[in-house]
Design a protein around this ligand. Structure first.
Ligand code: 1HE
Length: 262
């Protein structure tokens, strides 16, 4: 295990587990912590085919480090520069081509929700709750929520969420797409590791296309999107590894889809 000041990094086979380790501050993200997160996603440990993003303590992440923000008394330009750092880091998480499975619990709020929204698969414990308390704190989202969270829950719902400081429990979060699976308290990390191992066994080119292609194509016009999909599919489907997988399917060596098993 590699321990940095605010995160830890562990490798289990092809899965790299990044854990927020600042539980005394409810994993609130300071500038230094953001830099540690950026560095691991910019240069993943060799052989990483899937990440798990986890957290120590009872809460996934309380968002922006409000104390640091208060003490630094940032100017508009300083805050803009800081937001660019959040955007850069969360873009790396979403678009570096390696899938990320988040293990959520407790507070997933403000910048914590922005971080979770950059992951591709979100498993959440019963204790999880989602909120954007920025309005109540007199601030605004700056880590990509206007794009990523609004896309998941719709802009109208995000406006309501910010104005009202409404909190969604895990069941509501599941209905809205803020998480994809609910597990018992204490189980999210174990479940995330199982999912990550499955994801890591997909061909890397397929995973790359899934995590980089779908969101980008949804930024495009219909004609551009369909064209881009064809190009991506042509690159992925003609990968020689795929022939082996198809042969395994024909010779019934591979498992069949079974509803309810994944
Ligand atoms: C913090 C932070 C923080 C806790 N920055 N220090 N985010 C928020 O508005 C959420 C603020 N936090 C909370 O609502 C609560 O702390 C929790 C619901 C997450 C957890 O409650 P609890 O009772 O378990 O812990 P606590 O006693 O509130 O917090 C423990 C300590 O962590 C305490 O410090 P202490 O010195 O009194 O022990 C808190 O001050 C500290 N702490 N959260 C700094 N966020 C790029 S823009 C993104 C904009 C945003 O993310 S805004 C949303 C900010």
């Amino acid at each position: 295990m590699m321990k940095q000041q605010y995160i830890t990094i562990e490798t289990e086979g092809a899965v790299t587990i990044v854990t927020l380790a600042r539980e005394d501050r409810r994993n609130a993200i300071s500038e230094d912590m953001l830099m540690e997160i950026e560095n691991v996603f910019r240069a993943p440990p060799k052989g990483t085919r899937c990440f798990v993003l986890s957290a120590r303590g009872a809460h996934f992440c309380a968002g922006l480090d409000l104390r640091e923000h208060y003490e630094k008394d940032r100017s508009p330009v300083e805050f803009m520069t800081m937001c660019q750092g959040w955007h850069r880091t969360f873009d790396l998480i979403q678009f570096s081509g390696i899938p990320v499975v988040a293990a959520l619990k407790g507070a997933v709020v403000g910048g914590g929700l922005e971080l979770a929204a950059a992951a591709h698969v979100r498993v959440a414990e019963e204790s999880t709750f989602f909120a954007l308390p920025e309005g109540q704190r007199g601030i605004f989202t700056g880590g990509g929520a206007t794009v990523r969270v609004a896309r998941i829950i719709t802009p109208a719902r995000m406006i309501d969420m910010m104005l009202s400081a409404r909190t969604y429990d895990v069941r509501r979060g599941l209905d809205l797409g803020l998480c994809h699976e609910v597990v018992r308290d204490g189980q999210a990390l174990a479940r995330a590791k199982v999912l990550a191992a499955q994801v890591a066994s997909n061909p890397p080119t397929t995973n790359f296309a899934i995590v980089t292609g779908i969101s980008r194509i949804n930024d495009m016009s219909t004609t551009d999107g369909l064209f881009a999909e064809g190009l991506l599919a042509a690159a992925v489907q003609t990968n020689p590894d795929i022939r082996e997988r198809l042969e395994a399917f024909f010779s019934r060596k591979t498992e069949r889809l079974e509803p309810g098993t994944r």
